[in-house]
Design a protein around this ligand. Sequence first.
Ligand SMILES: [Zn+2]
Length: 190
Amino acid sequence: MTARMSAPALINARTQLAQLGSPGPDLAKAIDERGTRVVFSAYISGGFTLNVINTIFIDPSLQNPKLADFLVCTLGHECSHVQQGYLVDSVQQELIAYQTEARIAAALNYADGRQSFDKFLALDPTVARDLDVALEYILEMARGSPPTQTIYQSLPKFQPTGIADNAWAAVKQLSAAGIAGIQSLRKSGA
Ligand SMILES: [Zn+2]
């Protein structure tokens, strides 16, 4: 199986990921094995993954050729969510995704990306205090977008697993801050 995408910029980004140093190839493989759908959506700021419907949404402004490296980093971050495979998001899951993004930025020699994401590499996703720091970094990055901040603030610190990681919890998590928040992102142009 291969990841399902039709936009040329996304196809290029996936190809680049597959050809990069580690962890690029494993990330491309994660979405290929599951046949994940990857689409541009004007409702999204940055990127967003919903494993419950096996879909990655990417901000269409990242089609700008000047943002090609950032698109590869963003796709890598979202592939990490697919690779981790949970239905419900958590600060722990986001920290792992941002660490992955830092490694992709390093593999690309993308200085701006490293400046944004390298700080996550010093944190340990199994340590509660480090997850608090990770959330501070994430909220700081989302400071221009209160709806995004609300979504992150609603996340459980540690990853729910087993019966706690279910589709209903995922829907509840989404609606908590929700689709409305994502739509207002669009209006605010964040
Ligand atoms: Zn994420």
